[in-house]
Each structure stands twice: as C-alpha cells, then as structure tokens.
Design a protein around this ligand. Structure first.
Ligand code: SAM
Length: 185
C-alpha cells in the first residue's frame, strides 16, 4: 500500500522503556475474556499490529500456535522481545513494519488485534487490507481503551496531576499538541 506518508522515527522514540510502568494496564481478565469470546484454543495465528512492547501480544500468544507482533518502532520491538523472553513465550515473531505495509507476506491470521494503535494508521485502507488477511470467521479486534483523566476516577491510587502535566507540555512544547516532529493530525 503506498500512501505518501513516511514513518517519523521520533514519534515513539524513547517511549518503549517506560510503557510497562508508565501506562495504565489493561483491565485484569482482559486476555481471558477475549479468549473466551473468540473461542481461542491454542490453534491458528495471531497478528498484533502496533504491538508496542508486546503488551497484548505476549499474554495472548499462548492462545495461538503462532503470534506475529508488528510495529515500526525498533525500541518497541526490542522491549517486546525482552518481555517475551522474561515471560517464557517462544512462539512470537517480531516484524518491523507499519500497518500500511501489510500484508507484507505475513499470511493469514485467525485474529488481528490493534490495541490503541489503529488511530495511528490510515484506517480505511488498513482495515481493507486486514480483512483480506482474515479467513472466514476470523476476527478484527480493536482495543480502544480510554486512559484519559475521567477513566482514573474512583480507582484506589491518586489521580495523576493531569492539569499540571498539561501546563508543563504547553510551557515546553506550545499550545498545539505535538506528535513526533509534527503536530497531531
Ligand atoms: C499507544 S501504543 C500501543 C502499543 C501496544 N499495542 C499496547 O497496547 O500497549 C501505539 C503503537 O502503535 C505503533 N504505531 C504507530 N503508528 C503505526 C503504524 N502506522 N502502523 C503500525 N503501528 C504503528 C507505535 O509505534 C506504538 O508502538
């Protein structure tokens, strides 16, 4: 797929090391619920696009014969490899590519996951490509968990100082939200 848009290396540069500790985790039981809903049984293949440091790929991989994690950011993939080794997960292949590069000869997948990554892609074109990579009965899973201020209300830990963080960002980076070398589209 050619879209005239090039990957900006600075978009997630340096972020991977802080993902596991610094981002709100997915809901407890998320992987088991997904496995139950999709009737996963250890067969078939999983594709996790925009897999980051393997947040979803690694815990889900055991429900498949093989998993493939795809991400354009080398730092994310390095962390994902470490996480898989740490958790003793050996059936994952990591591929450095953008969603827009799919199908990239990766084959057919029973389940394709985008976990907080679909919004970064050229969505219509990517969805059409992914549809062609799914067999009849395959599943496209869009995980769009909201980790915004309102989602932390009522939790046992103190709410992060969102206003202070926003002030800091404005002070150092200006009033328009940045994304890598450019601005958030
Ligand atoms: C918010 S992180 C989510 C990572 C992981 N899926 C998770 O749930 O923790 C978004 C990820 O999407 C990746 N990404 C950004 N643009 C992408 C694209 N065009 N194609 C594939 N992945 C992309 C980033 O490198 C980053 O690792």
């Amino acid at each position: 797929m050619t879209d005239g848009w090039a990957w900006d290396e600075s978009l997630f540069e340096g972020a991977a090391a802080h993902y596991e500790r610094g981002r709100l985790p997915y809901a407890e039981g998320f992987v088991a619920a997904l496995a139950d809903e999709l009737g996963l049984d250890g067969s078939g293949r999983l594709l996790d696009v925009g897999c980051g440091p393997g947040t979803v790929t690694v815990p889900l991989a055991g429900w498949f014969a093989e998993a493939v994690g795809v991400d354009p950011d080398a730092g994310m993939l390095a962390r994902a490899r470490l996480r898989a080794a740490r958790d003793g997960v050996g059936n994952v292949r990591w591929v450095r590519a953008r969603a827009e590069d799919l199908p990239a000869g990766l084959g057919v997948f029973r389940v394709v996951v985008f976990a907080q990554s679909f919004h970064w892609t050229v969505q219509d074109a990517v969805a059409a490509t992914v549809r062609g990579m799914l067999p009849p009965g395959g599943a496209f899973v869009h995980v769009g968990e909201v980790t915004e201020p309102s989602s932390t209300q009522g939790l046992p830990h103190p709410t992060p100082p969102y206003d202070g963080i926003a002030d800091l960002l404005r002070r150092w980076l200006g009033p328009v939200r940045r994304a890598g070398r450019g601005f958030l589209p």
